[in-house]
Design a protein around this ligand. Structure first.
Ligand code: HEC
Ligand code: HEC
Length: 214
């Protein structure tokens, strides 16, 4: 497991390098320009990125580069777990637009409004999985990649998205999609491997914990 972890991280770092090189002619995202372009997205994701409905992930505070990657992945058919969003991504005309929109949402604050009421015991179980994983089942602790309280690591390590404070049902759908191979745009299959090793109960617990983190 530890060896595999090194391969994953090495590949993630290489991929980050590649995406920077590839985008050398594109300017960093401009949040002010992004605000106007993000009007198209607000109806579902919330104009400040704080969607109310768990079908639509919150984008407030998410890393710009992660958002731009997801848009690219939907456009290129690498992320195939939602047709509605694939249609929306097709309307984002350029890499510059994707980055501008991403940096607008990254700048927004995640609302402190409560998401879903969660069972205290389940949340505690989820917290343990988040920080310790499950060595017996080869589940590497989430904190290693997603950072303290799921807040990510840093905007320049945007391969690892912010997942703390996200809607529970959206997170659960992603884990199920990774497990079933319906979402397979994760570098080196690192999330798919983890999702396959989590039990149904562990998934329920960890998403209850994550969505309670506002
Ligand atoms: C009609 C509703 C709708 C609109 C409008 C919409 N989206 Fe989405 N978007 C979705 C849904 C649904 C998902 C969740 C897909 C899934 O289930 O995996 C999603 C997912 C995403 C994700 C992935 C988030 C993550 O955490 O991985 C990003 C990024 C995103 N949308 C960006 C945008 C942007 C940028 C726009 C505007 C150009 C936009 N969306 C417009 C419905 C919409
Ligand atoms: C080895 C690093 C690593 C570990 C450990 C890890 N993840 Fe991830 N996770 C990732 C990466 C990378 C992505 C983004 C994939 C992509 O580019 O689309 C991701 C994406 C996700 C997403 C989708 C987020 C979104 O907004 O759509 C969820 C949910 C998630 N991880 C949950 C977890 C949970 C729960 C754990 C612990 C049980 C965990 N991850 C452990 C690397 C990791």
């Amino acid at each position: 497991m530890w060896n595999k972890m090194h391969v994953w991280l090495g590949m993630a770092i290489m991929m980050m390098g590649a995406s920077l090189a590839q985008a050398a002619d594109t300017l960093p995202g401009d949040p002010a320009a992004g605000e106007a372009k993000a009007g198209l997205c607000g109806g579902c994701h919330g104009f400040d990125g704080n969607s109310e409905d768990a079908t639509f992930p919150r984008l407030a505070g998410q890393y710009a580069e992660y958002i731009a990657k997801q848009i690219r992945d939907f456009q290129r058919g690498l992320r195939t777990n939602n047709e509605t969003m694939a249609g929306m991504a097709a309307m984002v005309e350029s890499e510059q637009d994707a980055r501008d929109i991403g940096s607008y949402f990254q700048k927004q604050k995640m609302a402190k409004a409560p998401l879903t009421a969660a069972d205290k015991k389940l949340v505690e179980k989820g917290e343990k999985i988040f920080y310790q994983g499950n060595p017996k089942a080869n589940v590497y602790a989430c904190v290693n990649c997603h950072g303290e309280r799921g807040r990510g690591k840093a905007p320049n390590v945007a391969v690892f998205p912010v997942i703390g404070g996200q809607h529970r049902d959206y997170l659960l759908k992603q884990l199920n999609n990774f497990r079933a191979g319906e979402r397979s745009n994760d570098p080196a299959g690192m999330m798919s491997d983890i999702a396959k090793s989590l039990s149904e109960d562990e998934m329920q617990a960890v998403v209850a914990y994550l969505s309670s983190l506002l």
